[in-house]
Design a protein around this ligand. Structure first.
Ligand SMILES: Nc1ncnc2c1ncn2[C@@H]1O[C@H](COP(=O)(O)OP(=O)(O)OP(=O)(O)O)[C@@H](O)[C@H]1O
Ligand SMILES: [Mg+2]
Length: 352
């Protein structure tokens, strides 16, 4: 054990979104996060019958002894759990559910395993971390922040014992909770020189979050609470209308994963013929843009004082052209889908 105890303190940013769970990890004070990962926020019960069918193999199953049940997460849940048996990721109670906790732990395990592989450590690498706390920053939607922060900080500041993909983990964690859109500001270089308030719009799967950040006397961004919040509209709505359009116009039935691929590519082959869907994606994005414009009109009081409006989140590229017609100071941030979790990694202690 002595030879491997020298691993520096590890910090991990984790964002359990309604569509995707992402993590980014690094060492305290390292120049940037070093590892990252992402999987669908899909979770369901892992029944005895499923376990019998998979004996000997280890799909992404999480066992938390305290919960008394096994859950399967990510792409394995997409493959093995019937859609009607999946847990609903869209309720206010979601962040306090066992399903959310399973996705959080899977992200934590992947981060620790990623570091172990990179360091060429033995399989019991997780034991190495027993001596030092893992510093974790986790994101929650802005609207739920003040309710969830005390609950989650109490629940996630402890030793967590669980099994993931057949490996046992016993990790002491020290967790801080941050609002998603506000955390993203820490990862956006373009905002660092602003001397007036800046806005962040985080366009996710089912939700869009808003934050206004104001520099304090030390030049650090602080969240302006009354002008931060969220609505239930996002990329999932664009995907749903593209799926319906492909069905109605081309008699093509696409899975959710295929629809996202088609939207990202801008084209899709149906019965061997390539269909251009870019114009239709623009049309499908319009109601989401309208929802965001309406919400910012209310929450931001128009937002004319904002020097920059940073557009982040996985669905940022879909709505950015429409939003920039309304906000000439709008900027689509590169790698928009990674901004929130990168900001969280920063909050956990990685220097960016
Ligand atoms: N390659 C891709 N795979 C999946 N989704 C993609 C891809 N490219 C863009 N998207 C879009 O990104 C969205 C997911 O964004 P993001 O990961 O920010 O959401 P989330 O954080 O899970 O959701 P929320 O913020 O609502 O909780 C999808 O709904 C889709 O519209
Ligand atoms: Mg999100």
């Amino acid at each position: 054990m002595d030879a491997i105890v020298a691993v520096p303190e590890v910090c991990v940013g984790i964002d359990v979104g309604s569509g995707f769970t992402q993590w980014m990890a690094g060492y305290v004070g390292s120049p940037s996060p070093v590892w990252k990962g992402m999987f669908p926020s899909t979770v369901g019960l892992w029944t005895r019958e499923m376990a019998e069918r998979h004996s000997g193999r280890h799909p992404s199953v999480i066992s938390v002894p305290a919960a008394g049940m096994d859950m399967v997460v990510g792409n394995d849940a997409v493959m093995h759990v019937r859609p009607e048996d999946l847990m609903d990721t869209l309720t206010v109670e979601w962040s306090q559910s066992e399903g959310w906790y399973a996705l959080f732990l899977a992200a934590l395990a992947q981060a620790v395993m990623g570091i172990r592989d990179a360091e060429d450590q033995p399989v019991n690498f997780s034991d190495v971390l027993l001596g030092s706390n893992l510093s974790v920053a986790v994101g929650v939607p802005q609207a739920l922040f003040s309710t969830l922060r005390p609950i989650l900080e109490k629940k996630l500041n402890n030793k967590v014992d669980f099994t993931y993909c057949g490996h046992p983990y016993s990790l002491p964690i020290k967790t801080r909770v941050y609002p998603q859109a506000g955390a993203a500001a820490a990862a956006i270089d373009e905002l660092s020189n602003a001397d007036q308030p800046v806005g962040v719009i985080d366009v996710g799967t089912f939700t869009t979050g808003f934050a206004v950040m104001v520099k304090d006397d030390n030049g650090e961004f602080a969240l302006e609470y009354p002008r931060s919040g969220g609505i239930e509209s996002g990329g999932g709505r664009v995907a749903r209308s593209i799926k319906e359009w492909l069905q109605a116009e081309h008699r093509a039935t696409l899975s959710s994963a295929e629809v996202y691929k088609a939207i990202t590519k801008g084209t899709w082959k149906i019965r061997g013929v390539e269909i251009d869907i870019k114009t239709q994606v623009g049309i499908a994005a319009k109601p989401v843009v309208a929802d965001i414009v309406q919400a910012t009109r209310d929450i931001w009081k128009g937002g004319d004082d904002l020097e920059i409006v940073a557009i982040v989140g996985g669905a940022g590229p879909l709505v950015a052209p429409g939003l920039m017609e309304h906000f000439p100071q709008g900027k689509l941030i590169t790698d928009s889908q990674w901004c929130v979790v990168k900001g969280l990694a920063f909050m956990a202690g990685v220097e960016i």
